[in-house]
Design a protein around this ligand. Structure first.
Ligand code: G4P
Length: 533
């Protein structure tokens, strides 16, 4: 197959949702369609069970599964589909944000009864900021839930999206009769005992035909006609360009558990979802069709085996063909590297590959060369942009609990931070180290891993910080800036990229600081700047 055809047939996307909306179930059903797995239940949930915060076995188990499910690839109708797994647990939200830099589109799963939930709001906001094309899947229609129109209103308002339904439910819960697919004009009838079976749907172009009554009964037929009429009046027509630009989000309804509405979603997805997209580098835009290979690291996973401290760096291929054993330039280190056993992922299996194409993810064994955001090329000096770091929610001092092992501790902290487990800040005035995380769970993960993988011990100490604000620009000649540095010196720190950070103890402090020093710009996100060592 030609290089261009290989690109055209790839679809790389992520599924995002609030925990329990049905992401794992939907992923599994998609894999079943691709024949990548044979039975339901094969994809293990990578959820950390509620209340498992101090269960290290659970953390280790989760880490094991999350390597296995980091990328789930399958073939469907000659399309190569790569699903990038995004952790559902909110304590790992930072991981999800980074993974979103490697997807070309997303599917947002929403529970019909719960509607838009907190985690969905945050993740969708990140996708909106990047204009990532999104399809919304409203799940669990076999249960009682919110009215379809109310839900679409909620999606528009809370998620700030502009939606158009491409399928529409006929009843729900006890009374759920099926779905009318606006996209391919087919009627799919639901029978709850038909679990796992796929109904191919009845071609149904004329909804005014009396045939509809035969299928769904008089009352439901009338209601469906009325509701669809309203849909056509209220919602814009589907337009692929608008979807691709992130200006319009098609909505599907279904029940992942019952494998209902999933095939329709997949069929539409492979037609409308984008093929691998160009990516911005600091120097220029890189197009997938370019002959020379380029790619970037969006995730690093430590090996499970503590005796071999090698790690797996996940690279998204942006352009060209990645080849095994070819020398590639690690731009930040200005060093040529060869990879003799790059991994590709197929369902839950890892295999060594010889070649990979744009849109694909390869896992490279790494002994400490990679950081998140690093760029690999065939020789060109480019740096891919935009793996942002958000302000952590929790902050604690980290102390060395075993003075004989300080070297191990620093190495451990350094490597865990490169992996993106948490963020490290070093106070300017006394050099003390502060770990910032999205969730409290990470502190236990870090302590556990430092001990088991690096033989180092740490303890934590509370510190009252509300948010980390990145400070730009550093203009030493500006009197106001100098004053800010002097007054706030106890709260100033450096992140791992040596960028200046103001650690504010309250929202009020941030507000007051902004008022008092208007020329000092405070930012709540940073970009991992891969050009700085
Ligand atoms: P997540 O990855 O988004 O966190 O959700 P997951 O797929 O694990 O689904 C969460 C729960 O919702 C699971 O039940 C799952 O069976 C159920 N579920 C998913 N899709 C549907 C659906 O279409 N209809 C109904 N009624 N339920 C659905 P659980 O009891 O928490 O777990 P399990 O014991 O079934 O694995």
């Amino acid at each position: 197959m030609s290089f261009l055809k290989e690109i055209q047939r790839r679809r790389t996307f992520g599924i995002i949702s609030h925990p329990d909306a049905g992401k794992t179930t939907l992923t599994e059903k998609l894999l079943l369609f691709g024949g990548a797995i044979q039975e339901a239940g094969a994809v293990k949930s990578n959820k950390i069970k509620k209340g498992a915060t101090s269960d290290f076995m659970e953390i280790e188990r989760q880490r094991g599964i999350s390597v296995a499910t980091s990328v789930l690839a399958f073939e469907y109708k000659n399309k190569k589909i790569n699903i990038l797994d995004t952790p559902g647990h909110k304590d790992f939200a930072e991981d999800t944000f980074r993974t979103l830099t490697a997807v070309d589109s997303v599917i947002v799963v929403i529970d019909v009864a719960k509607g838009v939930e907190e985690q969905t709001e945050k993740l969708v906001e990140v996708c909106r900021m990047r204009n990532i094309p999104m399809i919304v899947f409203i799940n669990k229609l076999d249960r009682e839930g919110k009215d379809a129109f109310d839900l679409m209103d909620e999606v528009e308002q809370k998620l700030n999206l502009r939606v158009t339904p491409l399928s529409f439910p006929i009843g729900m819960g006890y009374d759920f009769k099926g779905i009318y697919n606006i996209w391919d004009k087919k009627l799919n009838l639901f029978s709850p005992d038909q679990k796992q079976k796929v109904s191919s749907g009845v071609e149904f172009t004329d909804l005014n035909s009396a045939e509809l009554e035969k299928y769904v009964g008089e009352k439901s037929a009338k209601r469906l006609r009325d509701e669809l009429e309203l849909c056509y009046e209220v919602y814009p027509d589907f337009n692929r360009d608008e979807y691709l630009n992130g200006d319009l989000q098609p909505v599907f309804f279904g029940s992942a558990l019952n494998n209902f509405g999933v095939k329709e979603l997949l069929e539409c997805f492979i037609e409308i979802a984008p093929t691998p997209l160009p990516k911005k580098a600091e120097e220029r835009n890189i197009h997938p069709e370019e002959k020379e290979f380029t790619g970037f690291v969006f995730k690093i996973h430590a090996n499970m085996d503590p005796n071999h401290r090698d790690r797996l760096a996940f690279i998204k291929i942006v352009s060209g063909v990645f080849k095994r054993n070819a020398p590639y330039l690690h731009v930040r280190l200005n060093k040529k590297l060869k990879f003799s056993s790059p991994n590709t992922f197929f369902a839950e299996k890892k295999e060594i590959i010889d070649e990979s194409y744009p849109g694909d993810i390869v896992g490279l064994h790494d002994t400490g060369n990679f950081k998140i955001g690093d760029t690999l090329t065939q020789g060109e000096q480019i740096n891919f942009k935009g793996i942002p770091s958000f302000s952590p929610e929790h902050f604690r001092y980290i102390n060395n609990a075993d003075p004989l092992k300080s070297k191990q501790l620093f190495k451990g902290i350094d490597q865990l931070m490169d992996e993106g487990v948490a963020q490290l800040f070093t106070l300017d005035y006394n050099g003390r180290k502060i770990i910032g995380t999205v969730g409290a769970l990470q502190y236990e993960v870090i302590q556990h891993r430092l001990e088991h993988e690096y033989g180092a011990k740490c303890s934590y100490e509370n510190i009252n910080i509300h948010k980390a604000c990145w400070v730009h620009p550093e203009d030493d000649k500006n009197e106001e800036f100098k004053e800010f540095l002097r007054v706030k010196q106890r709260y100033l720190a450096r992140d791992k990229q040596n960028q200046l950070v103001f650690l504010a103890d309250s929202a009020f402090t941030i507000q007051m600081t902004q008022q008092k020093y208007p020329s000092v710009k405070l930012h709540f996100t940073s970009e991992y700047d891969s050009t700085k060592k």
